[in-house]
Design a protein. Structure first.
Length: 145
């Protein structure tokens, strides 16, 4: 698949519907996460990143909380494996470093820990359930730490 997409920072106030569209497709419809869990009321406090194609269709998204937690990484099924998830993560890590964060963390679904390890994250602690899906906590030290 030719790369005809870009990654950029998103503004929650004006682009929340686009971000919710992708997250709802991935988390609520595909993975069966309850919408009340997916929409946790914290988005307006977070920094967001999104991927879109040349027509403006949003293909993926992720967010960074003020505490350094990266989450809500979602890429539409037909675009997985294209590098979008990695680029969204790199954008969020870059945002965290520009904000002076010395490390970020995330709750990884157990099935995709290798993906986060490839970006420098390491697992800490036991497996736990979140939204009825097995997860682990993973941390990454900033390149500027």
């Amino acid at each position: 698949m030719e790369r005809d997409w870009v990654i950029r920072n998103a503004e929650w106030e004006t682009e929340s519907a686009l971000l919710y569209e992708v997250r709802s497709s991935v988390f609520v419809e595909e993975q069966g996460v309850d919408v009340s869990i997916e929409r946790d009321g914290k988005d307006d406090q977070c920094h967001h990143s999104l991927a879109h194609d040349s027509s403006g269709k949003v293909l993926g998204t992720g967010r960074l909380s003020p505490e350094g937690k990266i989450g809500r990484l979602a890429v539409l099924k037909e675009w997985r494996g294209s590098g979008i998830g990695s680029e969204i993560m790199r954008n969020l890590i870059k945002q965290s470093e520009s904000l002076g964060m010395v490390r970020t963390y995330l709750h990884s679904q157990v099935a995709v820990t290798k993906f986060y390890e490839s970006l420098g994250y390491r697992q800490e602690g036991p497996i736990f359930e979140e939204a009825s899906i097995p997860h682990v906590v993973m941390f990454r030290e900033s390149d500027n730490a």
